[in-house]
Design a protein around this ligand. Structure first.
Ligand SMILES: Nc1ncnc2c1ncn2[C@@H]1O[C@H](COP(=O)(O)OP(=O)(O)OP(=O)(O)O)[C@@H](O)[C@H]1O
Length: 644
């Protein structure tokens, strides 16, 4: 899709029509390529000025179609219920079509729509290209990706009154089964309908997947080009792949092999049985390498009730209960932790900064435990779909929107009253909500959506982010006033590679996290300390769990166990630099940075000098890698060589 046409739907439609219909030219870049292809097909059939009516199948055909697609319809209705408020406010009318573009379900009452739209919302309406010309649902089905069609981008002039956006739906085996389509009169106010349609289709696909009788349903998350991605894949009893979502297909099955040819071991670098056990024990996302080399985090996806997945999976703050500060392997941390406590005591918010996996959530729990009055309410701003975040945070009143729960619902901010509100990944909060949050923080009052009556709330505020908020502020993606408001005190967590007392942290993680009472040998500790830990404590915990699986409970984890548990590429590429027998004391601190540099050089070489991909591979941000390259002549040279 042309980036411009996507950003400003329909803006160039008149010019594109002039070129296409008037001069027989190709209006490249002015409309989405999918629309242009459709225009070409339609032009072979009928002139754009032809009269179009909606062709509606008879009731028995509609019943037969609905019976055949009963589960899909159920998933559509359940999913749309979650988006009810935002749909209602936006004025869009959602329908579900089958793979032939016949309408088999709708979500709103067609009587709320006027004129031609009323017709278009009838069950059994034929929305195919042959019947109604270019429209979002038939384009989305034809090109198998989300498409929006605005006003005069519709082939028939008679349909220029509409704005529609649609996304295709695939079943867990990757078959196209239908499309979600959102339509309204185009004079309505603008709205991000295409991403809403895509979110609906993706939520339907997740529901389909959850119905499979899977032994293990995994949620994978990773970041690519600075954006976080996630996907779901289901495995049977022996690790065979039962189904996956479209994002999962992109990274696990790029060649489009039949599902029967895929298994856990063919896609991940690990053994199915071992990972089943690790995942059951951890209850937290664990890093794993794909056979393609990409590093992702995986966690078990449970059939949790609707509200639950919106909040982050809570870490049972396993370590250090009753102690002042958690053991972080950093002698300076305890002092900073005490200052953070004082700040909270004085009513100042605390901002936790640190790389992914560095322990921000563990610290948040620990801070709450020191003054454990009231609930600990955590919200992961990155995990909430933008359409739901507002009602999740602020709650809503009875009747605030169609499909809302009877009696309304309290928001998470209200639930934190008297306790601690933990806003994780605050850097991912949409700008519009930042303004609302700021108002709550200033007034200490929260009003549910649909109600003018604010209620007073009192809570300690903790926020966390792995992003550089200064940069986000400079880029206009984070409000400066909110930044100052939440950063009463900033508690920075050093990345693991910069902590100087790692032996204590490894011992704690092994004992409390991996449940291994036997400790570690000094050689094992030295080997661990030499690894640069791009995934920080989360990765360290996962490695220790893997190592602990290999030895008896009373036995100390040895260098051999660690070597097995560390990522194979790290052992092969860098860790032989410290021989197994080399004593811990003789590992000069400088070698740590040399090891990191080696890993970075390897990543640059492997990715042909692509900084984003190399950073993804290493699990660090692009800016971190760029900074290191700028500071190192060796890396600069490697970058130049890799780019040839
Ligand atoms: N000091 C620690 N003691 C015990 N466990 C820890 C410690 N630090 C981190 N962990 C463990 O490492 C994992 C990651 O920690 P946590 O979720 O707190 O990191 P985070 O910085 O919040 O990560 P993210 O930015 O990805 O949300 C968790 O399983 C946590 O239990």
């Amino acid at each position: 899709m042309s980036r411009f046409a996507a950003a400003v739907p329909g803006l160039h439609a008149h010019r594109a029509r002039e070129l296409f219909f008037g001069q027989g030219e190709t209006p490249d870049g002015l409309v989405d390529a999918a629309i242009l292809d459709s225009w070409r097909r339609c032009a072979d059939q009928r002139p754009a000025s032809a009269r179009v009516g909606f062709n509606i199948h008879d009731r028995s055909r509609v019943e037969e179609l609905r019976g055949r697609n009963a589960l899909l319809i159920r998933d559509f209705e359940a999913t749309l219920g979650l988006f009810a408020r935002v749909l209602h406010e936006s004025g869009f009318h959602p329908v579900l079509t089958d793979a032939e573009a016949l309408t088999i379900a709708r979500f709103t009452d067609p009587r709320e729509a006027s004129g031609e739209l009323y017709e278009a919302l009838q069950l059994g309406c034929d929305m195919s290209e042959q019947a109604i010309g270019t429209a979002a649902m038939n384009c989305a089905l034809a090109c198998q990706r989300p498409v929006q069609v605005f006003g005069h981008e519709h082939y028939f002039e008679a349909n220029a009154a509409f704005y529609c956006a649609a996304a295709p739906i695939f079943d867990p085996a990757g078959q196209l089964v239908g499309a979600v389509n959102l339509t309204k009169h185009r004079e309505g106010r603008e709205f991000g309908a295409i991403s809403l349609a895509e979110s609906c289709a993706s939520a339907i696909e997740h529901r389909q997947l959850e119905r499979l009788r899977a032994r293990l349903t995994l949620r994978m998350s990773w970041s690519a080009n600075g954006e976080s991605r996630n996907a779901t894949v289901a495995f049977g009893a022996d690790g065979e792949v039962l189904g996956m979502t479209r994002e999962a297909r992109r990274i696990l099955n790029p060649l489009g092999l039949p599902l029967a040819m895929l298994s856990f071991e063919s896609v991940f670098d690990g053994q199915y049985g071992q990972w089943l056990e690790l995942l059951a024990q951890s209850g937290r996302p664990l890093p794993i390498r794909l056979n393609s080399g990409l590093f992702v985090f995986i966690e078990t996806r449970s059939g949790a009730p609707a509200r639950q997945p919106l909040s982050m999976p809570r870490a049972t703050a396993m370590a250090n209960v009753g102690q002042d500060a958690p053991e972080m392997g950093d002698p300076e941390f305890a002092g900073r932790f005490r200052i953070a406590l004082k700040a909270l005591d004085k009513g100042l918010p605390v901002l936790l900064r640190g790389e992914t996996g560095s322990g921000k959530e563990v610290v948040a729990h620990a801070l709450h435990r020191q003054q454990p009055a009231g609930p600990f309410v955590a919200i992961n701003c990155a995990a909430l779909p933008e359409a739901l975040i507002e009602s999740e945070l602020f709650g809503y009143t009875d009747g605030a929107f169609t499909g809302g729960r009877k009696g309304g619902a309290s928001g998470r901010i209200e639930e934190a009253d008297g306790g601690t509100l933990f806003l994780d990944e605050i850097g991912d909060m949409p700008l519009a909500l930042q303004a609302r949050l700021l108002r709550v923080l200033d007034s200490r009052e929260v009003a549910r959506l649909g109600s003018g009556k604010p209620r007073p709330v009192e809570f300690r505020l903790l926020c966390a982010t792995h992003q550089d908020l200064d940069t986000l502020v400079a880029q206009g993606r984070f409000r400066a006033d909110l930044y100052y408001r939440i950063a009463g005190y900033t508690l920075a967590l050093a990345p693991l590679r910069e902590r100087s007392r790692l032996a204590d942290l490894f011992a704690t993680l092994a004992r409390d996290g991996a449940g291994h009472p036997g400790g570690l040998t000094p050689e094992a500790t030295a080997l661990l300390a030499a690894y640069p830990w791009p995934g920080n404590a989360r990765e360290a915990l996962s490695v220790l769990k893997r190592a602990a699986l290999l030895c008896e409970a009373a036995e100390a984890i040895s260098a051999e166990h660690v070597r097995f548990a560390l990522p194979p590429a790290a052992v092969a590429a860098s860790l032989p630099a410290i021989a197994p027998a080399q004593p811990a004391a003789s590992t000069p601190p400088a070698s740590l940075s040399a090891l990191e540099e080696q890993a970075m050089a390897d990543a640059l070489r492997l990715t042909g000098g692509n900084l984003s991909r190399a950073a993804d591979h290493l699990g660090v941000s692009r800016s971190t890698l760029q900074r290191r390259v700028r500071a190192s002549a060796r890396l600069k040279q490697q970058l130049a060589e890799s780019r040839g």
